[in-house]
Design a protein around this ligand. Structure first.
Ligand code: N1C
Length: 294
């Protein structure tokens, strides 16, 4: 009997202890087998947003600006069906963080993001959308909202194949449009020479950016076709001929040159080792040759 009571007391204490441990684990976010793995919370996403915003170009913009930018950004998609976010929903945040045109060369890309970033990362000669505030803050992030909730979700968000008007796709469509409207002079696009169709009508470059290039604001488009050693695609590719026609029809100049990825990577790593002047010489050489090939 005595022994039975002792077992009951031990069982009660053990149960209380387990419940307390689980409660502490849930409250502090430590994962337990019984707790549902939480998706990234609204706060985590906002923290990343604010941190990147604050770090952008040192201390600018101020914390107050980042808060306003955040407020306008999340108003675009919170409490909305994640398949019904139009590009215009981002107009207020684009207006809050405008991009400024300066004396650099505009760089566009399609299916070549990594190599482009490697190439443009260490120098300010070429400007990509991800070098502006919103592009740099949101690069590689996923977000969406849900009707009836004021939270930002980062898992279970629809992608481009599930619905076109999803928050991420609409954001890139809207900011790419703003970036292309800003572009002027000789612009460059890096396309993927490992693909059969480097110029894809469905891409943001083709459907949003190119549509906004207008002569005389944009005078020339230099296509850099990034190839591998055994790539079969070259500048005479059918899709590139369509691109050439579309560009020439607008009165904009066109040229195309194929450059191997290893060559570009070598140039990119040279930017770290070499002086700016030497890098400028290499970059200019690539661009110079690109003008004499079609
Ligand atoms: O559809 P894409 O390429 O042709 O879009 C690339 C094109 C670039 O010139 C950029 O200026 O559009 C702009 N852009 C981005 O800067 C960007 N950063 C990250 C478009 N999309 C961007 N992303 C993400 O990559 C976003 O999720 C979008 O849907 C993809 C498109 O990449 P892609 O198909 O290689």
């Amino acid at each position: 009997m005595e022994c039975g009571r002792r077992i009951v007391i031990i069982a009660v204490i053990a149960t209380v202890l387990v419940v307390v441990i689980i409660c502490i684990a849930i409250c502090t976010g430590i994962p337990t087998p019984l707790a549902v793995t939480p998706s990234q919370t609204d706060d985590d996403f906002k923290d990343t947003f604010m941190e990147r915003c604050q770090k952008f170009n040192g201390s600018k913009p101020s914390r107050a600006n980042c808060q306003t930018i955040w407020d306008k950004f999340q108003q675009a998609y919170v409490n909305k069906d994640p398949c019904e976010v139009p590009t215009e929903a981002y107009d207020p945040v684009i207006a809050e963080a405008p991009m400024e045109s300066a004396h650099y060369r505009f760089m566009f890309w399609s299916k070549t993001k990594d190599v482009v970033h490697e190439f443009t990362g260490k120098n300010n000669c070429f400007m990509t959308l991800e070098k502006f505030l919103l592009g740099s803050v949101l690069d590689d992030l996923v977000w969406c909202g849900k009707k009836g909730s004021n939270e930002t979700f980062t898992t279970g968000c629809p992608n481009g194949t599930e619905c076109v008007k999803n928050p991420v796709r609409s954001f890139w469509n809207r900011s790419s449009a703003a970036f292309a409207e800003l572009a002027w002079g000789n612009v460059t696009v890096m396309l993927n020479g490992s693909l059969q169709t480097p110029f894809d009508n469905e891409s943001i470059f083709a459907s949003v950016e190119l549509k906004r290039f207008e002569f005389p604001r944009v005078t020339h488009l230099a296509v850099v076709l990034v190839t591998q050693k055994n790539s079969e695609t070259n500048c005479s590719n059918e899709s590139l001929q369509k691109l050439k026609k579309e560009v020439l029809d607008k009165g904009i100049g066109y040229n195309c040159s194929a450059v191997t990825e290893s060559h570009l990577k070598a140039c990119a790593s040279d930017t770290v080792k070499l002086s700016h002047w030497r890098f400028f010489t290499i970059t200019s050489t690539i661009l110079f040759f690109s003008f004499y090939q079609t």
